[in-house]
Design a protein around this ligand. Structure first.
Ligand SMILES: [Fe+2]
Ligand SMILES: [Fe+2]
Length: 195
């Protein structure tokens, strides 16, 4: 990730430390992975990276042990996240129109759970590829699996099902590199599981 986004990460991390047990690792993985697969010319990083860095800060305001798959929790963490993004980005003197756009996208970032394919929102489509793929990454697989309390092979097939559901909903891979990364991560997990 470019150094210019480090102050955002620094101010966001204390919120992630108060959020779900996986959140610090989740955000660090996004910060290092997203810029490798999405170029600034495909999606403006000045919007994409603040969305990636700040999108789940709202879990810091959700009572511990809440079900993050519950739709009300999804809505609430997005609303809290948009407020926190406003505070952090204002503190760092981001332009007003950038703050408004990042807040708008953070408010919508989990709308896939309400049927949105993000097909008309390139930033969210690109972001969501990674927010989802985290579940198949080396650390994310184990953290999400233990959080859901599902045995590994069952969890592997659940991730496959989620991917099928995404495509059935009309979503798609942002580019061939994100698609290839997902299938590579899943092949790595299969190898580890011996399936
Ligand atoms: Fe989220
Ligand atoms: Fe997330």
């Amino acid at each position: 990730m470019e150094n210019k986004f480090l102050p955002l990460l620094e101010l966001a991390l204390p919120y992630y430390e108060k959020g779900r047990s996986m959140d610090v690792e989740h955000i660090k993985w996004l910060c290092e992975t997203v810029p490798k697969y999405i170029s600034d010319s495909e999606v403006n990083h000045d919007i994409l990276m603040p969305v990636a860095i700040l999108h789940d800060t709202g879990y810091s305001k959700i009572p511990k042990g809440s079900d993050s798959y519950n739709l009300n929790v999804r809505k609430a963490h997005s609303e809290f996240g948009a407020q926190i993004a406003e505070e952090i980005m204002t503190k760092l003197d981001y332009p007003r129109d950038t703050i408004e756009e990042v807040k708008r996208l953070i408010l919508k970032h989990d709308d896939w759970a309400f049927g949105d394919s993000f097909i008309t929102e390139p930033v969210l489509l690109a972001f969501n590829n990674f927010d989802f793929m985290w579940m198949a990454s080396e650390k994310g697989f184990e953290l999400c699996r233990s959080n859901m309390n599902i045995e590994p092979v069952k969890y592997y097939h659940l991730v496959e099902k989620f991917n099928k559901d995404n495509l059935d909903r009309g979503s798609r891979w942002f580019n061939s590199r994100t698609e290839e990364l997902y299938y590579k991560l899943m092949a790595d997990r299969r190898k580890e599981l011996g399936i």
